[in-house]
Design a protein around this ligand. Sequence first.
Ligand SMILES: Cc1cc2nc3c(=O)[nH]c(=O)nc-3n(C[C@H](O)[C@H](O)[C@H](O)COP(=O)(O)O)c2cc1C
Length: 387
Amino acid sequence: MSGSSRLFSPFSLRGVTFPNRIVVSPMQMYLAPDAVATDWHFQHLAKYAVGGAGCVFGEVLCVEPRGRNTHWDLGIWDDAQVPPLARIAAFLREAGAVPAAQIGHCGAKASRQRPFDGHGPLGPDDAARGEPPWTPLGPTDDPAAEGYLVPHALTAAEIATIVDQFAAGTRRIDAAGYDFLEVHAAHGYLIHSFYSPISNRRTDGYGGDRRGRMRLALEIAEAVRGNWPDDKPLSYRLSCVDGMEGGWTIEDTVALARELRARGVDTIDCSSRGVRGATSLANLEASRRPAVAGYQVPYAEHVRRETGIPTMAVGLILTPRQAERILEREQADLVLLAREALVDPHWALRAARELEPDAGWQRWPPSWAWWLAQRERTGIEYPDGWE
Ligand SMILES: Cc1cc2nc3c(=O)[nH]c(=O)nc-3n(C[C@H](O)[C@H](O)[C@H](O)COP(=O)(O)O)c2cc1C
């Protein structure tokens, strides 16, 4: 293959052109004092843009303090949170990547310890070390998982306030210079907990049948779209299946995706699971079966085929050839990497070498490429035992 891989073909949504199909997926760092981005966040994201990804997502930006997973999440409820995010967006653009932001509310899964501090609900020991619990918010007062904090069941008026908070957060993300926005509506967080029949047992207009359960997702889509420029694309990350008896199914996702598209959503980011578990991967982990590479790609394929909406595939996409095959088979329009990007922030640059060997070092930053090409021309001989 030379010079014509699909992975390195551009893709456009509204007025934004992605230079290639490689997207770095949102990854929380749990390292934001006062919910404001620091140099850690800057370097974490900058290296993927320099590493050739066509689009780089920052971690979920929470629309209000109670919507944070942990005391260390990033927020977007205050103008003071904008400048360091603007610095990140400007650098990503300068390095050639589409700067992308994710906005969300963790709902009943809020008020937790960081994964590396235990990942459980916050309690008295956490309070003693300066991280007191707060009451999380949910569709009902059912805890998000066994042993989790009892949430406050949102009233209709409180729901309206949260929808407004999504609108205000969207305006700040636009002001910060991001070109692509995703609403986090997956992994058991607030929006997912409303559309999932496992977690939403409300009997008012925000619960009951599928239409009622989808209402929050659709109201937020309208509020976000109404505050996001027409020439900038909007994505929704969905948990395409709950993976549990009586849960949300892929056919429900197709119905929701159609309603989202009617409200100006341009692409569906196809994730899965997360109700009644610590993470979206928790019930896979609990099944004690090895995870399957590309395990969520069939959801992206199904939604794309059934609705015609462009999709994003995510989950154990590991090698350039695997990513190329997903695009060749028209299973998705963009491929997302999270953990493999942590392993190799230059994944996209390496993929270019692998898929387009004739291009040499052309896709690499020129100041690196010159030296790397020189080393290649010279060749390397290894003394015995060194290779
Ligand atoms: C460190 C870390 C933090 C994450 N934070 C977020 C997040 O902020 N928002 C989100 O939607 N998913 C988050 N995820 C999930 C990833 O975006 C991705 O969907 C998941 O890891 C599967 O992709 P992978 O197999 O390439 O890692 C996170 C994953 C990791 C590893």
